[in-house]
Write a new protein. Structure first.
Lengths: 292, 322
């Protein structure tokens, strides 16, 4: 037994001179760096193409444009209406983020901390609907919005966009609130403060990380959403969001790759900036889905 | 600690209190639920119920009259080759993408989990970038990259002498679904990577150190110690990834719209075409599309229940969580 261990460790030391941990980490880093560059290359290539003329895009040049031009952006923004679509998307995104975050926080608080009758049933119902495909619900959602007179409006789109992830966000809030110490509420009850004030002054300020997570995730969700805005704007091109706008751009000007890549660049820049600055919250939110 | 130890007996007064009284006592709690329940009810619960009713109708367009036809839509669907093929394709697509995506992201996760790897955050961010990119943008990027006319990837393949002629990745009925599966894996690996990294957080740091002191090699620690610990997470991650792969509408609609010749028409693309974008001269068939949606939803639900049972079983087997 001792012999085996001894020969084993000597084998390791002889290997170590060659492949010590530091050198191994360096090799891993280099290989990973190469893979990651290939991984993001298509996106970088797309952004670079947006600064090239249509003839230069397929000329097989490098990433850096020879005659950088902003013409694609001007054309996309004005002629292809990407400018108007940008503000439509912004409106829907901001509204749905506000509504979703507030509703999910309120419902999550009640579900996570208040022992009201029907709590378990509601939990069960929410879990049951967690994985319903969007293709299942799109027809009734559109019919409902039409009956409310919102089938052709950005307000209707905004409201329906809140439905996508409200369950996941509520469960995130509920999980977070339920882990807070019991003394918080007992202290406020002693002071004669009701649940509304406790929620507003005690619970909500403490749940800042989860609020940011929900805001970031819903922003990405609303900004990138496709099926719902596609259906709602089918008969009303003026209401298109960026996703639908870029999609239709491709159908209408299918050879204007410069304009398309410029529109795409306009679409991804805000979400990528948001993600780069707040990625910790986004990743925490995703990780919560697995741990929970 | 078992549940019975934690059980706190109800005081007789609390149990004797009527349901109505308890509801009245919690009236403020229900106020908290109002906005959330309105959204949940209108956009999730109602569509779930309404879809089932719509599926029993002959209904040709949102303005048109609804006529009750019983189960006729279902009978027709089961004989509709387009439906059956789309159904099959959806699950084929899931079977192709989920294992690949889980494997690639697991390898990334194990490599990136090394705390001494200085650039691991940067690498994670780079792998995650396609996730935050809207699908329609991805569609344009891959149409350009994979173009058979001077696209960079075909250029590379031709220069390397691997092919004699350019490959039409998105235009060939034989290739299109697999091409899209590859694009899907590229786009979503970042999410699965985060899931695996979260799973790896549950492995105690001491295990790595104890193994190092014993002179066990890194790959041995990974295979024999780390993988068994994170194995129960695989079921949850697999479930979430499978659901995502079944909801692939945006990617396919924005790249190929189900073509060429319906070769990439998955379930939701089929539903969308029947309900919202019927081809020349046809009327939208909302009842028929709803029936397709109900059958698809049922299949997803069965898959979910099946997987949840598997999660429970995996957790029970694992002594650490039992």
């Amino acid at each position: 037994m001792a012999d085996v261990a001894l020969s084993h460790s000597s084998a390791i030391t002889s290997r170590q001179s060659f492949l010590n941990p530091r050198r191994r980490r360096l090799i891993t880093s280099v290989v990973l760096a190469a893979i990651c560059i290939v991984w993001v290359y298509p996106l970088v290539w797309m952004v670079s193409a947006s600064f090239k003329s249509n003839s230069e895009i397929f000329a097989g040049g490098g990433l850096i444009p020879e005659n950088p031009t902003f013409e694609n952006f001007v054309r996309a923004w004005h002629e292809a209406n990407i400018g108007a679509y940008f503000f439509n998307t912004l409106f829907v995104t901001v509204g749905s983020v506000l509504i979703t975050t507030i509703s999910a926080a309120l419902m999550g608080y009640a579900l996570g901390r208040r022992p009201f009758p029907g709590r378990a049933t509601l939990f069960g119902l929410m879990l049951f609907t967690l994985f319903i495909p969007q293709g299942y619900t799109i027809i009734p959602v559109f019919e409902l919005l039409s009956n409310l007179g919102l089938g052709q409006s950005l307000w209707g789109l905004m409201l329906a966009t809140c439905g996508h992830s409200i369950v996941i966000f509520t469960l995130l809030f509920a999980g977070y609130f339920s882990q807070m110490p019991k003394e918080l509420e007992e202290a406020s009850r002693m002071d004669g403060v009701g649940p509304v004030k406790t929620f507003w002054y005690v619970m909500l300020p403490l749940s800042k990380p989860i609020i940011v997570t929900v805001v970031v995730m819903q922003t990405l969700q609303a900004w990138n959403d496709f099926l719902l805005p596609l259906v709602i704007t089918l008969a009303n091109p003026a209401l298109r969001t960026l996703s639908v706008g870029i999609y239709s751009f491709r159908g209408e000007h299918f050879i204007d790759w410069g304009g398309m890549t410029a529109g795409s660049t306009i679409t991804i820049v805000p979400v990528i900036i948001l993600f780069l600055f707040l990625q910790r919250y986004f990743i925490d939110g995703l990780a919560g889905a697995v741990k929970g | 600690m078992s549940a019975t130890e934690l059980h706190i007996p109800h005081t007789p007064a609390a149990t004797r209190q009527g349901l109505a009284a308890r509801i009245w006592k919690s009236r403020i709690d229900y106020l908290f639920l109002v906005p959330g329940l309105l959204i949940f009810g209108a956009f999730i619960v109602w569509p779930l119920i309404a879809s089932e009713y719509y599926s029993l109708l002959n209904w040709t367009g949102f303005g048109a009259a609804k006529k009750f036809v019983g189960l006729q839509n279902y009978r027709e669907l089961l004989q509709d080759e387009f439906f059956l093929n789309a159904f099959k394709r959806s699950f084929l697509f899931t079977l192709a993408t989920v294992p690949l995506q889980m494997f690639i992201s697991l390898v990334f996760a194990i490599l990136l989990n090394n705390k001494l790897l200085k650039l691991s955050t940067l690498f994670r961010t780079m792998i995650f970038l396609p996730v935050v990119t809207p699908v329609v943008v991805i569609a344009i990027v891959i149409a350009l990259m994979l173009s058979p006319f001077n696209g960079p990837i075909n250029g590379l393949l031709l220069d390397a002498g691997l092919f004699e002629r350019a490959v039409d990745f998105l235009g060939s009925p034989q290739l299109v679904l697999w091409t899209l599966a590859g694009v899907f894996v590229w786009k979503w690996t970042g999410v699965t990577l985060i899931y695996w990294l979260a799973a790896l957080q549950t492995v105690p740091e001491e295990l790595y150190e104890a193994a190092k002191l014993d002179g066990v090699k890194t790959w041995q620690v990974t295979v024999f110690v780390v993988l068994p610990i994170i194995a129960p997470f695989a079921v949850v991650i697999g479930l979430i990834s499978a659901i995502a792969a079944l909801n692939v509408f945006p990617l396919i609609q924005s790249t190929t719209q189900g073509g060429p010749f319906f070769a990439s028409e998955v379930m939701e693309v089929f539903i969308f075409r029947i309900a919202f974008a019927p081809s020349g001269g046809m009327v939208p068939q909302l009842g028929y599309a709803s029936a397709a949606g109900v059958l698809f939803g049922l299949a997803v639900m069965i898959l979910t229940i099946f997987q949840i049972v598997a999660v429970r079983r995996a957790r029970r087997k694992d002594p650490a969580n039992g």
